[in-house]
Design a protein around this ligand. Structure first.
Ligand code: ZN
Length: 209
C-alpha cells in the first residue's frame, strides 16, 4: 500500500520527553439549545452526496482551493446527534481511504470544510484504525526531532523530507461524544497528527522544507 508519509526517527541527544500519561474526563454537554457547527454552504457541501461517497480533495495548484487551504479553521461542537458532523466524518473516511488518495490522515479543510476535524490512521495501535479527533491541540512537544518524508493529498507532485517534526507530542482533543482526552503520541503517528493539525491553521508541510 502506498503511504503518503514515510518516517524515520532522527536520533539526537536532545532532552528526553517526559511521559506524563493519559487522562480521560467527560465534560458536561449542553444540548438544550442545539446549534449546528456548520454554515449553510458547508451543510450543502457535506450533504451533496450520501455518507458512502468520498468528497473532492482541494488542491494547492487551484487558486480558490489554495485560499481555503490557507485559512484558519474554527472549532466544531462535539455532538453525536449532529447529522452533518457524522456525515462529514464518514465522508472524510471514505475520502482518505479512496483508491485515488490512500492517505494516512485528512483534515476537514482539505474537503472544503473550515472546521477543526481531523482523521488520523493510528499506526501505533493494533490493526491501524482511522480515528476522528475534534478540536485537537498540541500542548507539548518533545525536544527530540524526527526526519520524515512527507506528502499531502492536497499537494500534487511535491514530496519532501521535513526535519523539524517533534518525535513525541502531547495532544488534547474531543471525541464526537464530547469526551475530552489528553494523550501522548510518538513516532510516525505523531508526524501525522502534526501534519493534520497544521492544516487546521492553514499550514502545509512544504512550509517546513
Ligand atoms: Zn496534508
Amino acid at each position: 500500500m502506498k503511504k503518503v508519509l514515510f518516517c524515520r526517527v532522527l536520533l539526537t541527544l536532545s532532552t528526553l520527553f517526559i511521559l506524563t500519561g493519559c487522562g480521560i474526563s467527560k465534560k458536561p454537554s449542553n444540548n438544550q439549545h442545539y446549534v449546528s457547527s456548520f454554515s449553510d454552504s458547508e451543510i450543502r457541501l457535506i450533504m451533496q452526496q450520501d455518507s458512502s461517497k468520498p468528497m473532492r480533495v482541494l488542491q494547492t495548484d487551484r487558486t480558490n482551493d489554495s485560499l481555503l487551504l490557507r485559512t484558519i479553521s474554527t472549532e466544531v461542537k462535539p455532538d453525536v446527534n449532529d447529522p452533518f458532523l457524522s456525515t462529514l466524518i464518514k465522508r472524510m473516511l471514505r475520502t482518505v481511504k479512496d483508491s485515488a488518495s490512500l492517505g494516512v490522515g485528512i483534515a476537514a479543510p482539505q474537503v472544503g470544510i473550515l472546521k477543526r476535524v481531523i482523521l488520523v490512521q493510528r499506526f501505533d495501535k493494533e490493526s491501524n484504525p482511522f480515528e476522528v479527533y475534534l478540536n485537537p491541540r498540541i500542548v507539548k512537544y518533545s525536544n527530540m526531532k524526527q526526519e520524515c518524508r512527507e506528502g499531502c493529498l492536497s499537494v500534487p507532485v511535491i514530496k519532501g523530507i521535513t526535519k523539524n517534526r517533534a518525535y513525541a507530542i502531547m495532544i488534547e482533543y474531543f471525541k464526537p461524544d464530547n469526551t475530552f482526552v489528553t494523550e501522548m503520541i510518538e513516532g510516525f503517528t505523531a508526524v501525522i497528527f502534526q501534519h493534520e493539525i497544521d492544516h487546521l491553521d492553514g499550514l502545509l508541510f512544504f512550509d517546513y522544507l
